[in-house]
Design a protein around this ligand. Structure first.
Ligand SMILES: [Zn+2]
Ligand SMILES: [Zn+2]
Length: 302
């Protein structure tokens, strides 16, 4: 299984010289199984680059788009995702089942004529919509398990298994018990977990790669309570508790420039070592590729 980052940022695209290394595009991650199955995790503005790259490889491309939730930063690239415009392409789009509105209507909303000149119905590709609850299903050669996260919109995390490797994509998630968001990493988090947070920890269990919301620092969290995001400290402590092999810090705050991500990352690694953990920790960087499990979650090829 190969993972490639096309959008790493949370909330809003933040292009410019201060974000050029980690990337300014919002959430979009490409996953390829060895059998060729293409799964795309979220469709933020990073989907534009992915779509162009896919069509440069082959004129016809089918795939599966797994959307965690329909906040803007996770769907805004969809009207610019070129494979959806090509007749004959077949795409499956998955997202949480809403409480009132169908998925197709929600996605069509951002493509109303007032906002965008092409409607969802006029896209060339054949699109199949799948509204999810917590469940396990197959997309091509990848087994996907969906589990709810804690966010101001109905949001699913996805656990993907293929080719003997496991990847968990868990973004836009706030700890259920708010005090663990401010864990200081001086002791394992296990004893502090409530049943809901324990369940989330189990969702990450033994994964080769965990891509986790880490938008805030624990010191920033008091001003962000209820916004639906994790702290870096919580993500690290939880991934260690879950015995993940490699944690990728993801959904970088638009206010965190490249230098700030560097600082946070080196501090995160230092704190994890103090806990006695050998887990690899990296910060999601646009363009990075990770091969699973061949690189054992340690090395990254650009
Ligand atoms: Zn988001
Ligand atoms: Zn969100």
């Amino acid at each position: 299984m190969r993972v490639r980052f096309w959008g790493t940022r949370g909330s809003i695209a933040k292009a410019g010289p201060t974000t050029v290394r980690y990337g300014g595009n919002t959430s979009c991650v490409e996953v390829r199984a060895d059998d060729g199955t293409l799964a795309v995790l979220d469709c933020g503005t990073g989907a534009h680059g992915l779509g162009q790259a896919l069509l440069a490889e082959a004129p016809s491309v089918d795939g599966h788009l797994l959307i965690g939730h329909t906040h803007w930063d996770h769907i805004q690239g969809m009207p610019f995702f070129a494979p959806l415009f090509v007749a004959g392409n077949r795409w499956h789009i998955y997202a949480p089942r809403g409480l009132g509105q169908h998925l197709e209507d929600t996605l069509a909303g951002q493509m109303q004529y007032t906002y965008f000149p092409v409607s969802l119905q006029d896209l060339g590709a054949t699109i199949h919509y799948h509204e999810l609850v917590e469940e396990t299903f197959m997309v091509g050669g990848i087994e996907v398990t969906a589990q709810y996260l804690n966010h101001p919109a109905l949001t699913l995390g996805y656990r993907l298994r293929a080719d003997g490797a496991t990847l968990v994509y868990s973004t836009d998630h706030e700890p259920f018990a708010r005090d663990v968001a401010q864990t200081d990493l001086r002791a394992p988090i296990g004893a502090a977990l409530t049943p809901d947070d324990r369940r989330h920890c189990d969702f990450l269990r033994d994964a080769d790669l965990v891509i986790h919301d880490s938008q805030y620092l624990a010191s920033e969290y008091p001003a962000k309570v209820g916004w639906g995001h994790s702290t870096i400290e919580y993500a690290i402590a939880l991934a260690i508790e879950a015995r993940a092999r490699h944690l990728v810090l993801f959904h970088h705050d638009p206010l965190r420039d490249d230098a700030a991500v560097d600082t946070v990352l080196s501090s995160a690694r230092h704190q994890a070592r103090q806990l006695g953990s050998a887990m690899a920790i990296t910060a999601a960087m646009e363009g990075d590729q990770i091969e699973l499990p061949a690189l054992a979650g340690r090395e990254i090829a650009r």
